[in-house]
Design a protein around this ligand. Structure first.
Ligand code: GTP
Ligand code: MG
Ligand code: ZN
Length: 369
C-alpha cells in the first residue's frame, strides 16, 4: 500500500484565495508541508522579465526562481496570467520569488504569428471565454469558428459576445445571431453595446463570483471598453478608432487579471490579428461536431472528406446540409493543425538534440581542461 499523502482541504484555505478563484482542483494537488515553505498566489499580470502576483491581499512584483529559469524549455514552463503559483514573499510583501507553477486546469494558447511554429500562452485557468466580435465590420463566422476551436481545445466554455449593437437595427442584429445559431445551436450568444449600455446587465448577470473569464477577439471590437464598463471606471486605455489609425495599432498590449465588484474575475487580452491553430484536433471535433457526426457514415474509415467516393460529408455539402464555407474552414483548420503538429514535433526533437549536443560538448571541455 502507498502511504497516504496528506492533502489540503478547502477549509484550510483563506477566503481571500477562494475569492481570487482558488478551488478544490488546485488545493487537492498541494501537500500541506509545501505550505510551510511557500504561500499560494495567483499571477495577475505578466511583464517582460517579471510578474505581478497576488495572495488575495496584496499585489507584489515577483521573479522566477533560478531552477525554473534554467530548466524551462518551452513557453509552457513559464507562468502566464491566471496561473496559481507557490511563492515566497519578502521585504514586508514588496517582493516575491515564484518557486512552482501549480498544474493548470485550463490553458489558452495560440500559435505565434508568422511562419515560425511555436506557441504563446494567452492565459491559464480560465473557466469561460468570451469571444467578442463587433456586429458591424468584425462579424465573421469563419473567424468565430477559429476562436471556438481554441476555446474547445482547452476545455473552456465559450460564450459569444456581439459588441456595438448600437450601430445596427434590431432586425440586422437578430439575423446575425441567427446565422451563428444555425451552425452552432448550443452556444450562448449575447449582443451588447458599450455605447448605450444595452445588454450589459445580461453580460454581468452571467458572470459568477470566483470564476475566471477572459476576453478574446480582434483588435478594436471593444474588449477593454467592456472591461471598463464592468469595472465601472475608465481603468484601462482603449483605442480611438479612426480609419487611418485602426490598422495595426493595439490599444491593449498586455494581459491583466481584474476583479469585479461582485467577485467575478476577468482577463483582458490584446486583439489577435492572426489566430493560427495549433494541433487542435479535439477543439476542431467539438466545434465542427455535426461534420464529425456525418463522417461516421463515410464509406472509408480514413476518409479525408476531400475527394473520396461515398463520403458522407461531401454529399452533405452537395445537398446543402453543410455550408461550403464552413466545410472549407473545417478542412483548412485540419490541414493547418496537422502541419503545425508535425513541424512542432520536428522542432522539439531538433531542440532536444541540440541540447544534448551542447551538454556533450561541455562534458568534453571539462574533461580535457
Ligand atoms: N459604437 C460603439 N463603439 C464601441 C463599442 N465598444 C467599443 N467601441 C469603440 O471601439 C474602439 C475600440 O475599443 P477597445 O475597447 O479599445 O477595443 P479592444 O477590443 O480592447 O482592442 P485591442 O485592445 O486593440 O485588442 C473604441 O474607440 C471604443 O470607443 C460599442 O459597443 N459601440
Ligand atoms: Mg483592449
Ligand atoms: Zn468523408
Amino acid at each position: 500500500m502507498h502511504p497516504k499523502v496528506p492533502q489540503l482541504h478547502m477549509n484550510n484555505i483563506s477566503d481571500k484565495l477562494e475569492n481570487l478563484g482558488l478551488d478544490k482542483y488546485f488545493v487537492e494537488k498541494i501537500t500541506p508541508e509545501r505550505l510551510e515553505d511557500f504561500e499560494i498566489a495567483r499571477v495577475v499580470a505578466v511583464h517582460k522579465d517579471s510578474y505581478t502576483i497576488s495572495n488575495g491581499e496584496v499585489d507584489v512584483l515577483a521573479e522566477l526562481v533560478g531552477k525554473i529559469l534554467f530548466s524551462a524549455s518551452s513557453p509552457i514552463d513559464y507562468p502566464t496570467v491566471g496561473d496559481w503559483v507557490l511563492a515566497n514573499f519578502y521585504d514586508e510583501n514588496t517582493f516575491a520569488i515564484i518557486h512552482e507553477i501549480l498544474s493548470r486546469k485550463t490553458l489558452l494558447k495560440r500559435k505565434t504569428p508568422g511562419k515560425k511554429v511555436d506557441f504563446q500562452l494567452i492565459a491559464a485557468n480560465i473557466d469561460v471565454a468570451f469571444i467578442v466580435q463587433s456586429l458591424n465590420d468584425n462579424f465573421n463566422l469563419r473567424r468565430l469558428e477559429r476562436y471556438l476551436v481554441m476555446a474547445n481545445e482547452s476545455n473552456i466554455q465559450p460564450i459569444v459576445l456581439l459588441s456595438k449593437s448600437d450601430l445596427l437595427n434590431n432586425e440586422d442584429i437578430a439575423n446575425k445571431i441567427d446565422k451563428i445559431q444555425k451552425i452552432m445551436p448550443r452556444i450562448q450568444v449575447l449582443p451588447f453595446s458599450n455605447e448605450n449600455e444595452s445588454g450589459l446587465d445580461r453580460v454581468k448577470g452571467i458572470m459568477q463570483p470566483s470564476l475566471t473569464y477572459c476576453l478574446l477577439g480582434s483588435s478594436g471590437v471593444g474588449k477593454t471598453t467592456l472591461l471598463n464598463n464592468l469595472l465601472g471606471e475608465e481603468r484601462y486605455k482603449t483605442k480611438i478608432v479612426s480609419k487611418k489609425e485602426s490598422k495595426g495599432r493595439h490599444a491593449t498590449t498586455h494581459r491583466q487579471l481584474s476583479k469585479l465588484d461582485w467577485g467575478a474575475l476577468i482577463v483582458d487580452t490584446p486583439g489577435m490579428r492572426e489566430l493560427g491553430s495549433f494541433s487542435v484536433s479535439t477543439g476542431i471535433e467539438e466545434t465542427f461536431s455535426e461534420i464529425i457526426q456525418l463522417a461516421e457514415n463515410c464509406q472509408f474509415n480514413d476518409c479525408t472528406h476531400v475527394k473520396e467516393k461515398g463520403c458522407a460529408v461531401l454529399s452533405a455539402v452537395e445537398n446543402g446540409l453543410v455550408s461550403p464555407d464552413r466545410y472549407q474552414n473545417y478542412i483548412k483548420m485540419n490541414k493547418e493543425s496537422d502541419y503545425n503538429e508535425m513541424s512542432y514535433l520536428e522542432k522539439r526533437t531538433k531542440d532536444k538534440q541540440f541540447g544534448k549536443h551542447c551538454k556533450s560538448v561541455m562534458k568534453h571541455i571539462k574533461k580535457h581542461r
